[in-house]
Design a protein around this ligand. Structure first.
Ligand code: HEM
Length: 381
């Protein structure tokens, strides 16, 4: 008996002209730049937040605005990459229906690298987006997974660019014969698609970048944070109530400083020490940042009083009962920087509980999560 032959899966036919290598190359260039900026700034953020032991003494505390710029760029380039990725995938999706699906072992490996690249790109951009709105609908820890998948994306992207190198070179320049032939057939279509995409990227950037680039803050319509909104006109990520630090009494609070000559000091004595005022940003890992004027005591003065040797590192412990950043360490470059303060005031006012009353750390070129609030103890290491 003859078995019925399996039903034939119809292969769709794609007639739109813009699913071609020139469009893939032009959008690929923009996407490649956005991914490269995102990757480099992501590495900077990772090293500043979780430095390997050997790098701790080498981390620079200058330029003071360094982390603000790099993390602002990270979130802006990641956000701009979302419309670019959607446009790129629209351009190339007919290739995913090409028959036969697998031609050889080499071809199968190349298909696998494309699958890994697309999955990693979608995961990175959307997990980053959900992170900046502080929504974590997954069971794993964001930072290590986002960091690991970034390497998968970059590795697979390098393979992709190498595999497509002949197509990319042939369609890179507007003057190449292949591009001229395509342009003759398209008329203005490609220019309209690319102009529309550039407008979408520009619009997404304009309505979000004001969260860190304050000259554009009045256009900040869609970013999760507005740089002026928050207690004492500065946003906070973790309030005193969320951290479980409420009802700290100015009279009873004592700062413990451990070291060769340990001591304890109260708020009134700290206020009587030489006060310094610095202008430094709080630059959040989630991309928003805002400068403020901070007044307080230099950390290096407090360490000298404890007899700390010049190369000593510092551990800072907060009053918070729990939380990933309850304990923070800084290398001697930060601890000795004259801009690094135990801040007691913000813009001339006593710190509010949400900004870390009675005392918080403020240091140059540091992620916001390391600007420890509600400081209880300084330990000379
Ligand atoms: C995250 C970044 C990127 C993603 C997710 C991506 C995704 C893709 C996918 C899924 C394909 C179809 C592959 C196939 O089935 O053979 C493709 C094709 C292609 N990509 Fe990319 N790509 C990216 C970056 C780039 C870059 C940086 C360039 C170069 C500037 C580029 C240039 C091309 C070219 C020339 C093709 C072939 C198009 C064709 O034959 O019609 N891509 N890309």
């Amino acid at each position: 008996m003859r078995l019925p032959s399996p039903p034939r899966v119809p292969v769709p036919s794609f007639t739109a002209r813009l699913h071609d290598p020139r469009t893939a190359t032009v959008i690929g260039r923009w996407l490649g730049i956005a991914v490269a900026v995102c990757f480099v700034t992501g590495l900077i953020s990772h090293v500043l937040q979780h430095p390997p032991e050997a790098l701790v003494p080498l981390l620079p505390s200058r330029p003071a605005w360094g982390y603000r710029l790099s993390q602002g760029l990270h979130v802006a380039s990641g956000t701009a990459a979302i419309p670019l990725l959607v446009a790129k995938l629209w351009t190339v999706y007919p290739k995913l229906f090409a028959q036969p699906v697998v031609r050889s072992v080499r071809h199968a490996l190349e298909r696998l690298s494309v699958a890994a690249m697309v999955a990693a790109a979608v995961f990175e951009l959307f997990s980053g987006l959900l992170n900046i709105v502080q929504w974590y609908p997954w069971p794993f820890s964001f930072v290590p997974v986002h960091f690991a998948v970034a390497w998968v994306l970059v590795g697979a992207l390098l393979v992709h660019v190498a595999v497509k190198a002949p197509d990319i070179t042939a369609h890179w320049s507007r003057r190449s014969p292949e591009v001229r032939a395509l342009a003759a057939a398209d008329g203005p279509d490609r220019r309209s698609l690319l102009a529309g995409l550039a407008a979408a990227v520009g619009a997404v950037t304009l309505v979000t970048v004001g969260q860190s680039f304050t000259p554009l803050k009045r256009f900040d319509l869609l970013a999760p944070r507005h740089p002026d909104r928050g207690p004492q006109a500065l946003p906070v990520n973790r309030t005193a109530a969320a951290a479980g630090v409420t009802g700290v009494s100015a009279g009873r609070w004592r700062l413990a400083v451990t070291g060769p000559r340990p001591y304890e000091i109260g708020l009134a004595e700290l206020r009587a020490m030489p006060q310094h005022t610095v202008t430094l940003p709080i630059a959040c890992v989630e991309g928003w940042s805002r400068s403020a004027e901070w007044t307080g005591v230099r950390i290096r003065d407090l360490l000298e009083r404890a007899g700390a040797p010049p190369g000593a590192r510092l551990r800072v412990v907060s009053l918070e009962g729990h939380g990933a950043y309850r304990v923070m360490e800084m290398g001697q470059g930060y601890a000795r920087d004259p801009l690094t303060l135990l801040a007691l005031r913000i813009n001339g006012e006593v710190l509010s509980p949400d900004h870390g009353f009675p005392a918080r750390i403020i240091a140059p070129n540091r992620p916001g999560v390391l600007q420890t609030k509600w400081v209880a103890r300084l330990e000379v290491l």
